[in-house]
Write a protein that binds this ligand. Structure first.
Ligand code: IPM
Ligand code: MN
Length: 360
């Protein structure tokens, strides 16, 4: 029997409550599908600061590196907002991504018909949106040196550096092209090449990889400000979007809300030997512990993990079950509407779990 070693990092805020739903689903799916799970739960983010004085202690990182995959809830919260630099909860997450070498972050946004009405956009604009953001995750301005603060008074300055090597651009664009092959065959590369030198290199390299390795995929280039507008005007035009770390962070939040809630968007970070799977929403400290959180982004992150591990049947069953449950009109608070049935986090998780098992 296959055994998967997983490290579970529930993290802060709503992280633990959405993770509970993910873990329940995983355990039940594994017994039904006949694979074993070896789960180790560890602290990361604010809880790890409280417990160990560091958002990601080395021993926990080592355990993550030895796993088949890592599942993460969310990190951060007002309690740790006064901390700076390496001691912030977010730094733990960045260290994890960098150390696992997961340079490509996949964020799929597809709006089922049942949710098009919940979109802040007009139903006919949102309906049918099905795109994948491929965000570079271990480089760019998030990690570029030099960075720091210098000077004092009015001449004090803060600075970061956005830099990419050709190799970093090549490897993430290859992943985007590979995904486009399995989808509608179109890649939009997003940059700010009208202003930034680093974007001019980005454009040259994506063009080269396209010409030499993926001539049958359709490649277009767009400026990031235009993409922000196009996502709102006509999101259906996009198939695969590939972009750098900062632009990808911003655009994926915008894309995620097209379905009415950030609570729906999962992500997979890949490229290294161990994958990292986490919902795109943050720790939402304002609703933590109240059973209001939407577990769907976390549950769909489990589905992406199972796909990555080669358990595609289970992965597909989870996706189908989420669609079917939403189609019955059940909603958590983030998507609450008159006439729909309102449920809490664990009820939503339970319904999805039950439906998934019935599909397997
Ligand atoms: C995300 C988050 C993180 C990021 C934060 C929490 C460091 O916003 O995963 O999108 O900026 O990458
Ligand atoms: Mn973000």
């Amino acid at each position: 029997m296959k055994t998967y070693k997983l490290v579970i990092l529930p993290g802060d805020g709503i992280g633990p409550e959405v993770m509970d739903q993910a873990v329940r689903l995983l355990s039940q799916v594994s017994s039904k599908e006949g694979f074993n799970l070896e789960l180790t739960t560890e602290s990361a983010g604010g809880v790890a600061i409280d417990q160990y004085g560091h958002p990601l202690p080395d021993e926990i990182l080592e355990r993550c590196k030895k796993a088949h995959a890592v599942l993460l809830g969310a990190v951060g919260g007002p309690k740790w907002d006064h901390l700076t630099g390496e001691l912030r909860p977010e730094s733990g997450l960045l260290k994890l991504r960098k150390s696992l070498g997961v340079f490509a972050n996949l964020r799929p946004v597809s709006i089922p018909d049942s949710l098009a009405e919940a979109s802040p956009l007009r139903t006919e604009i949102a309906q049918g949106t099905d795109l994948l953001v491929v965000r570079e995750l271990t480089g760019g301005i998030y990690f570029g040196e030099p960075k720091g603060r210098a000077g004092t008074g009015v001449s004090e300055e803060g600075y970061n550096t956005m830099r990419y090597t050709a190799e970093e651009i090549e490897r993430v664009t290859r992943i985007a092209f590979e995904w486009a092959k399995k989808r509608r065959g179109e890649v939009t590369s997003v940059d700010k090449a009208n202003v930034l030198v680093v974007s001019q290199l980005w454009r040259d390299i994506t063009t080269k990889v396209h010409r030499e390795e993926f001539p049958h995929i359709k490649l277009s280039h767009m400026y990031v400000d235009n993409v922000a507008m196009q996502l709102v005007l006509n999101p259906k035009q996009f198939d695969v979007i590939v972009t750098g770390n900062l632009f990808g962070d911003i655009l994926s939040d915008a894309a995620a809300t097209l379905g009415g809630s950030l609570g729906l968007l999962p992500s997979a970070s890949v490229g290294g030997p161990v994958g990292l799977f986490e919902p795109v929403h943050g720790s939402a400290p304002d609703i933590a512990g109240e059973g209001k959180a939407n577990p769907i982004a976390m549950i769909l992150s489990v589905s992406m993990m199972l796909d990555h591990l080669g358990e595609s049947k289970a992965a597909q069953a989870i996706r189908t079950s989420v669609q079917e449950i939403l189609a019955t009109g059940v909603r958590t608070g983030d998507l609450r509407r008159e006439g729909l049935q309102h449920v809490n986090t664990s009820k939503m998780g339970g319904l999805i779990c039950e439906r998934t098992l019935a599909l397997l």
